[in-house]
Design a binder for this molecule. Sequence first.
Ligand SMILES: [Zn+2]
Ligand SMILES: [Zn+2]
Ligand SMILES: [Zn+2]
Length: 276
Amino acid sequence: MEILICGSAAAEGIPAVFCNCRVCENARRKGGREIRSRSCYRIDRTFGIDANMDFHWQENRYCLRSDRLRHLFFTHSHEDHLDPYLFSYRRPGMSVVPPENILTVYGNPTVLEYIRDCRFSRGNLDKLRLKPVELEFFRPIAIPEEETEVLPLPANHDPAEKAMIFAIRRQGRQLLVANDSGWPADEVFDALRDWRFDAVIADCTGGTFTNGVNHMGGMVTVELRDRLKEQGSLAPECRFIANHFSHNGNCTYEEIVNFFTPHGIETAYDGFRFTL
Ligand SMILES: [Zn+2]
Ligand SMILES: [Zn+2]
Ligand SMILES: [Zn+2]
């Protein structure tokens, strides 16, 4: 499978609107990997995780085809992960979506409520050719036609909703997508004991700043890798990738790379691609 990190920022993006902090000023000057859109992921052509306000920009930048997307999982409803208005463009008169083109959207009850309530859908998801599937913690979802199974696990992020991270088995390979994870609860580590991840994408909102509450960063991101490794959840060649960076972490791309490289952790950027 091919994984594309379409966006690598936390909610405000980098450079953030209205902001003239050191990190945002540096990003405006240097461009390239310092410019970050909000986090979301595409796995092959048909499978995605999160779709936010940067979805349109990312689609065109990476020549993605959202008309070919069939399964879209949402981690939670925060605006940097879900733009419910996006789906209104699937309605007749806005886009040509053939009747057989069904997009299955998977999320917690809050995510699905946002999608159902958005302007134009008004509860009628058939009109948008969307099929909603509600996710539960620890209840795996099998998608046989994609040779994929997804296990939703609780994030330690927003108690107001069931924020999730996803353990994914696809075509014989294993991937953990864990942005906005916070430091996971023990029950999450227990659920991951029988997994052997070929790659992990971990939260690093705080950059090099050590933090494990609601988000992660610095040595907490390193500790997550070490804990998963210790309990045997990482394959020997596992790629461990930090993602979801905030300018409030006060780190440039280069500074984050310098911090994590000695720990064997890769630093994501917009357009980071890898194959498992
Ligand atoms: Zn986020
Ligand atoms: Zn800033
Ligand atoms: Zn969030």
